[in-house]
Design a protein around this ligand. Structure first.
Ligand code: UGA
Length: 437
């Protein structure tokens, strides 16, 4: 089939590469000419495991354009995969989705299915349908389908190739048949429903996962008070298939471009409808507080961070990505700088993105270190914010190179037994603090 995808963010580009891989001819449209040029030159503009290889392998089936007219020419299916950034009040900004839908209407001259892949509030697809009917310039039939995406950054290619399910909200048999044909080669369970339910499945799924994380984080905090070990608790819970063993890793809270935005969006949608979704609201509050657990723990060792050399390991919101959106580092580091800390930050790929975020007027200072060793050397304290493999590969001996080996691990990277009895202090989340200086 001929598929045109609007938006070359990680959802759009990964979908494009995977659809090409399963045999479709794909056109990607993006208004960012520079990005399109880079893609034409064979460059992958985003950091995503396996994506450069997949783009290279399928380049004969992919084209990159910035012109809608050319891009829509032969498309049987058009997908909108543009951003829906969060507005100040927590609602989603839909102007890019609606703008893309209008462009399609102005440039399309044949029947097509218009898929909305972006995460959009419930009812948006109906609104897109209205926009389409109002703006089509030819006597053609365009049907709007809600087809949310469930891939995660860092594992997006395998998530899409081996997804748990495909969800499509269609209003006719014609659309349902097209969707079946599009995704048939992926051999994944297909959930066909109406458009509003498809939109809700996306929010309900993301918010449930966010809730699960906030829940285990609260259990972790309570474990600390009561002398239990959250890792063992999560293992014990996870064997029950009704609970599941995924997303029970306690830490300093969820970040990224999805959970923080989607929890707030659902909360906002509820308020708009005179309803309060109390569980999601609680997950948001717990997550906000959880980011600062490390600082509270560090205060057990330093009354003030003024002049203290602090190794900060990891800046990205999770490993495998250079994305900083809603990363705990963006809340923790400014607080430390405000207090006058001297930060020695390390991250294998989010360093450049972080540089642009630093407020140079703060009392403290930040230095970016090229290696973990450089970051740890002469540090009085180490904070672990992202569980990169390189961090997990460190040994107690590596930490002993610090001036004062006090480690506060926000991602539970190390086994307590390995740290116990070493001349270091190791505090983590939901577990006892071990070691002494
Ligand atoms: C999330 C969902 O997992 C995807 O299914 C969804 O498609 C995507 O949002 C989206 O809506 O686009 P993503 O934000 O890329 O994917 O990352 P996750 O791997 O889900 O992690 C989100 C955050 O939760 C990270 O900060 C991670 O550190 C944290 N997390 C995750 C925990 O703190 N504990 C866990 O057990 C799991």
């Amino acid at each position: 089939m001929n598929v045109t995808i609007i938006g070359t963010g990680y959802v759009g580009l990964v979908s494009a590469a995977v659809l090409a891989e399963i045999g479709h001819d794909v056109v990607c449209i993006d208004v960012n000419e520079e990005k399109i040029q880079r893609l034409r030159n064979g460059e992958c503009p985003i950091f995503e495991k396996g994506l450069p290889e997949l783009l290279e392998k399928n380049k004969h089936r992919m084209r990159f354009l910035s012109d809608y007219q050319q891009g829509c020419q032969d498309a049987a299916i058009i997908m909108i995969a543009v951003g829906t950034p969060e507005k100040k009040d927590g609602s989603a900004n839909l102007s890019y989705v609606f703008g893309a839908a209008k462009e399609v209407c102005y440039n399309l001259d044949h029947d097509a299915i218009l898929i909305v892949k972006s995460t959009v509030p419930i009812g948006t697809n109906d609104e897109v349908e209205r926009i389409v009917q109002e703006n089509l310039t030819k006597e053609i039939h365009v049907e709007v389908v809600s087809n949310p995406e469930f891939l995660s950054q860092g594992t997006a290619v395998s998530d899409m190739m081996q997804g748990y399910r495909i969800v499509a909200g269609c209003e006719s048999d014609y659309a349902r048949e097209k969707i079946k044909a599009l995704y048939e080669p992926l051999k994944q369970p297909l959930v066909l429903t109406d458009r509003r339910s498809a939109e809700m499945i996306k929010y309900a799924s993301n918010d449930f996962l966010a809730l699960k994380i906030s829940y285990i984080n609260e259990i972790a905090n309570l474990c600390e008070c009561l002398g239990a070990n959250v890792e063992d608790v999560a293992t014990g819970m996870g064997f029950d298939p009704r609970i599941g063993d995924k997303f029970l890793r306690a830490g300093i809270g969820y970040g990224g471009s999805c959970f923080p935005k989607d929890t707030k969006a659902l909360h906002w949608m509820a308020i708009q409808n005179d309803y309060e979704i109390k569980t999601v609201k609680a997950a948001i509050t717990v997550n906000e507080n959880q980011k600062f657990r490390l600082l509270q723990k560090a205060k057990n060792y330093y009354d003030s961070f003024e002049g203290i050399e602090i190794a900060v390991l990891g800046l990205a919101f999770k490993p495998g990505t250079d994305d900083l959106r809603e990363a705990p580092s963006l809340a923790i580091i400014p607080a430390l700088l405000e207090d006058g800390a001297k930060i020695r930050a390390w991250d294998p790929c989010a360093e450049d993105a972080f540089r642009g975020q630093v407020d140079n007027s703060a009392k403290g200072e930040i230095r970016f270190c090229g290696s973990l060793r450089e970051s740890l050397r002469e540090a009085d304290l180490c904070l672990i914010l992202t569980e990169w493999d390189q961090v997990k590969a460190l040994t107690p001996a590596d930490f002993k190179e610090m001036r004062r080996p006090i480690i506060i691990d926000g991602r539970n990277c190390f086994c307590l037994e390995d740290m116990e009895n070493e001349a270091i202090v190791y505090a983590s989340i939901g577990r006892k603090t071990v070691g002494s200086l």
